[in-house]
Design a binder for this molecule. Structure first.
Ligand SMILES: Nc1nc2c(ncn2[C@@H]2O[C@H](COP(=O)(O)OP(=O)(O)OP(=O)(O)O)[C@@H](O)[C@H]2O)c(=O)[nH]1
Length: 277
């Protein structure tokens, strides 16, 4: 009988690396994007959350709807996680630092690993917590490979990029690339991504932010809407033809950086986002 395969190879590797790290730390901080906290959580994390205290930081809360973020925090509390929701770039670390210090063993610094899928804000969080991007400290014997340690007051933070892989589903990667949390090469055909993202925002009733910013209505096919965006932005090729790729790129960049205002892409209880594509 074939052996059951639980995770694709890349996740098995991340799981082994996290396993090594977890044996030597006191606490995990998982950073997720507040706009899509389930999409940007790692599927392997629940394996660790049951045996090592895990705190969830919802980053980019400035780009998410406050009402929905509050619902997520209530949901996380029900799941047994302490959580924080912040614009990580603007500080406000006192409450996180205080909760870390409450866990500190009396005889040494608390050892904390900051984990999360790419681009969710791990480095920004570490920078804020240690005050500045100090040179990595010596580390902890036995766990140096791929891990940098930074010294805060009363705690050591491990930065371990790439340790958590995102969901393997291609649709999930497309969604993550729209909010800037998936590798660049996932973006293949910009025009196709932009049209899919346009259709997604309309289906989620989130178009008003785009209309507010650019006065482009959700009328017509996604291609027609993209053309209207192109005309609005002056993205034209010779002969007055709309440069759909150029318009798509500006549209996707604007969406990822929050130009269309606060948007929460998923709420607790929703079906997984990628099933909607
Ligand atoms: N608006 C907003 N942007 C943020 C926030 N936190 C981080 N960013 C931005 O998000 C981008 C990624 O942040 P990083 O801290 O580099 O993310 P990371 O998880 O360390 O990324 P990798 O090292 O690639 O895994 C940067 O451009 C940050 O300025 C936040 O709370 N709000």
């Amino acid at each position: 009988m074939p052996r059951t395969v639980w995770y694709p190879g890349h996740m098995a590797k991340g799981r082994r690396r996290l396993e090594d790290l977890a044996a030597n730390i006191d606490l995990l901080i998982e950073v997720r994007d507040a706009r899509a906290p389930r999409l940007t959580s790692s599927p392997i994390l629940p394996l660790f959350a049951s045996r090592i205290k895990t705190v969830v930081v919802l980053s980019k809360a400035d780009l998410a709807e406050e009402r929905v973020t509050k619902l997520w925090r209530e949901e996380l509390k029900r799941e047994g996680f302490a959580s924080f929701a912040l614009d990580l770039r603007s500080g406000g670390m006192q409450r996180i630092s205080k909760s870390l210090l409450a866990e500190k063993p009396s005889f040494r610094d608390l050892r904390v690993a900051v984990v999360g899928i790419p681009n969710v804000g791990k480095s920004t969080l570490i920078n804020q917590l240690v005050g500045r991007r100090a040179a990595p400290v010596g580390g902890i014997p036995g766990i140096t490979k791929g891990v940098s340690w930074f010294s805060g007051s009363g705690f050591l933070l491990a930065d371990s990029p790439g340790i958590l892989d995102p969901h393997g589903d291609a649709r999930a990667h497309r969604l993550m690339s729209w909010i800037g949390s998936s590798r660049g090469q996932v973006i293949g055909d910009i025009e196709e991504h932009a049209k899919e993202c346009i259709a997604f925002l309309i289906s989620k009733n989130l178009w008003r932010g785009v209309e507010g910013a650019w006065s482009v209505k959700a009328c017509g096919t996604p291609f027609e809407i993209l053309e209207n965006i192109g005309r609005r932005l002056g993205k034209l090729k010779s002969g007055g033809v709309v440069d759909a790729e150029g318009a798509g790129r500006v549209f996707l960049d604007s969406f990822a950086s929050g130009k269309f205002g606060r948007m929460s892409l998923e709420a607790p209880g929703d079906a997984p986002l990628w099933e909607e594509l």
